[in-house]
Design a protein around this ligand. Sequence first.
Ligand code: PEP
Ligand code: MN
Length: 334
Amino acid sequence: MIIVLVKRIKESQRRSIFDLLIDGGVKYFESYLDGNQVIVVPEVSSVQELGGISKLSGVAEVIEVTDPYQLCSRVAKSTATVISARDFKIGGGYFGIIGGPCTVESERQTLLIAEAVRKSGATALRGGAFKPRTSPYAFQGLKKAGLKILAKARSETGLAIVTEAMGCDEVSLVAEYADVIQIGTRNAQNYRLLEKCGEMRTPILLKRGFSCTLDEFLMSAEYIMSGGNDRVILCERGIRTFETYQRYTFPAGSVPMLKTLTHLPLLVDPSHAAGRVEFVPALSYAAVAVGADGLLVEVHNDPKSALCDGRQSLTPKEFEIMIKKCKKIINIVK
Ligand code: PEP
Ligand code: MN
């Protein structure tokens, strides 16, 4: 159950609400939903169980939610959430386009790709400075120096910056440079990291864990939201199946399904799902057709020499052509 508090609530009104919760012996979490102060009472699903709560003067509304996730449920908020960072806007009819390299390699490479993706319609630049690599011997990212390059790309192009934080101790540093903090698939169930993201006021782009069910994915989003950060963008990036030809498998059906379960905006990352550049456009068109709110795409000026994920990176020209076609599909399905 979610208790929405009135705006500019008085201390005496707050007190009587908390007295009732404490007397009832229930667990509760203070957070935000759509910018409003709320109290989540997860183990209570009906107003009757907390007699009198809806009559208290500090309570604007009581929402009964029976889903295990509360704040990210469509029941909690029936309208689509729009999240913006600079000119990047996603959800509720806004299609958000994020393009850029897997990893920041140099200033020249990053600025070149940033300018190209901006010209094709992207409003955010992606690029990892901290890279989660399967091998400890692989390039791990330029770290702080990479964040500085991203900040330079932002000041030259106006693009919002999307970049990953891998550990709790990195989140604040990344937030100094990023407009959106990415949490990667391998960390989608790192609950201490998700709690840290809940303390931040920067939007969080949460990738689906490659073995997470939709419920588990939404529970991860709930960790962030219950911690007080209501600006969460979901990203379907493919799951692991028995198929090995594709790097992961893009489960197209998860897009309309998630959109009925949650009000949060949902991106699709076709690059990590396909793993091969020749299939990235087809997966992108499919994502747009099934109702994705945006795309996160890897783009590299010289994919063959990329330090990471070159095999799945589009050239700027390929990205431009693909985005033009995506826009046509958006107009058909909207
Ligand atoms: C990435 O976006 O470069 C990345 C590492 O993604 P994922 O966490 O989905 O593998
Ligand atoms: Mn990558």
